[in-house]
Design a protein around this ligand. Sequence first.
Ligand SMILES: C[S@@+](CC[C@H](N)C(=O)[O-])C[C@H]1O[C@@H](n2cnc3c(N)ncnc32)[C@H](O)[C@@H]1O
Length: 327
Amino acid sequence: MIITKLLEDNLKLQTLSKLQFAKDINIGLSSTPKKLSSKYFYDTRGSQIFQEITKLDEYYLTRAELEILERIKNILPDLVGKNEVDIVELGVGDGHKTKIIINSFLDKKIKVNFFPIDISAEAMHLLEDHISESKNLNIHAVVGEYIEGMNFAREHSKNRQIVLFLGSNIGNFNKTDGENILKKIKSILKKDDFLLIGFDLKKDIEFMTRAYSDHEGITAKFNLNILERINTELRGNFEVENFEHLALYNPELGAMESYLISLKDQIVTISELKKKFKFDAYEPIHLEYSFKFLEKDIQDLSIQGGFKCIGNFKDGNKYFIDSLWQV
Ligand SMILES: C[S@@+](CC[C@H](N)C(=O)[O-])C[C@H]1O[C@@H](n2cnc3c(N)ncnc32)[C@H](O)[C@@H]1O
């Protein structure tokens, strides 16, 4: 076991997040229109299904970003120029991208303290399959939300930090929330720390739509799993086959949006909330925004966040950018 789980802190965070889950589901399903946050996709099964998504032909995002990381992996150790570094990753998932970055430091005999942060405890198990043991690598896993995880890492971190925010996770936030989280990230960092952040670029609409609505139905299974999660954790009685996944591009917002559509009039009981929720036929539940970007949006965001943009790195198809920023 290579991961030092800081159990006491993690358990506290997990108890809080269970209460928050119940509260957010109640608020979301009581709203008009109904909505659920995409951060709740990732229970054990959700994190596993996301791994399947990353291997789909249609899901170009992962392949594009892996290509970029392979190309730029040696830039970071040279830029950091120290013999020890603290890598903090927001929403690490299974860590198969991170492995490339961590190994580039280890190969140059630079000691790495890695702080993977993820709202999903399952991500930390998946991580163990991808990050191998090394005497120069310490891992402090944090199961929690981005900012609370960063605060935790700050308390335990003594070296220059590189924060990884990959997978275009920033695209799940609208413009205002995106700017706010970037400002928060910056406020936790110190002078000369780095942020490597992934952005999915605007491109052919059908091509993007296929990535969120694949022909095998894996994305549909992933999105519908949020109802299964409510059934399991909050004793709900959603009949999942009475809902359908829908993904479409909203050109005004510049975002892919995902919905679940109720296929009939129905009433769902969530026992833990002691509440019934009524769904009309064809009523949507909004699940996810995945905002898409132009290169100039990235420049603007770095300035608004208070960072200096060191460089934008694209894949050969120009589908995706990893942008390197410095405080
Ligand atoms: C789209 S996946 C990307 C995983 C990985 N970064 C990649 O690029 O392949 C998003 C990951 O972020 C995590 N996540 C989503 N919202 C989060 C939040 N608010 N705080 C912490 N982790 C979050 C999910 O559990 C999931 O593992």
